[in-house]
Design a protein around this ligand. Sequence first.
Ligand code: TA6
Length: 298
Amino acid sequence: MSIVLPDSVTAAEGEGGLPVLRVATALVTGEVYLHGAHVTAWTPAGAEPVLWVSSSARFAAGEAIRGGVPICFPWFGTGREPGLAPPPHGFARLAPWRLVAAEEHDGGAVTLTLELTDADAADVPAAQDWPHAFTATYAVTFGRELTLALTVENTGEGEISFEEALHTYLAVADARTTTVQGLDGATYLDKAAGGGPELVTQRGDVTFTAETDRVYDSTGTAVVVDESGGRRIGIEKEGSANTVVWNPWVDKAAAMPDYGDDEWPSMVCVETANALDAAIALAPGERHTMTARYAVTR
Ligand code: TA6
């Protein structure tokens, strides 16, 4: 069933020939690839682009796009099964999602709704590692704010359990003068330091002085303060027990083939997640929604 697109939405061939949807209204411009339902751009009118994409990003089947908002599902990182080493962050970001609705709202915001079922993901090699029936629905609203709502429904007969993350790459003028507010007092798993088992308690705002890779227990709002860029990016969320903060710094940046060696100062990831002990369990017919809302202020 093909969706009738409002005038503000165009379907095009994007990087690597991958199908992309572009949004342009007086309020906002944005972009989402069907490959991984991957949002790669959001720019409110009058603002600088908010999402970061590597100049070395790969746009190809079987590859995750480096930047924007990869969807990590149904596992985060290398998952919870010791000894298993499935492709990191699951198969959703490698799968072909379908557009199921496109709606323009009064005032110029636009919602694109994309869907992925186990049948859609069947040809993605990693999907064999998680043989469960599900429907994932992703509502992306481009406006003065960016709202991302990921709903997962268990369409099978047995209980399912999964991890998820909106692995958002935010553009900053300089990570070294960027801080993250809203995590003071929260405990975190420090993956850059080998990942526990003991949790660390955050004292004050998060700063970036080395490779940072932390899974925080936090259900609250975070604010990215980009001192050098003169802006703040607020991240409100619902249905999420974890906030992940990541910057690869020098060595990890150099080690990633799809990430420019000198790009690490220009981005920070602040991710909305349910991972590890906060994995979501759903009985047949049940569904869960995780929502993140981004707003830029001065
Ligand atoms: O969210 C942080 C993290 O899990 C880091 O450990 C790092 O691996 C990053 O994600 C990127 O993962 P990727 O599989 O996209 O290279």
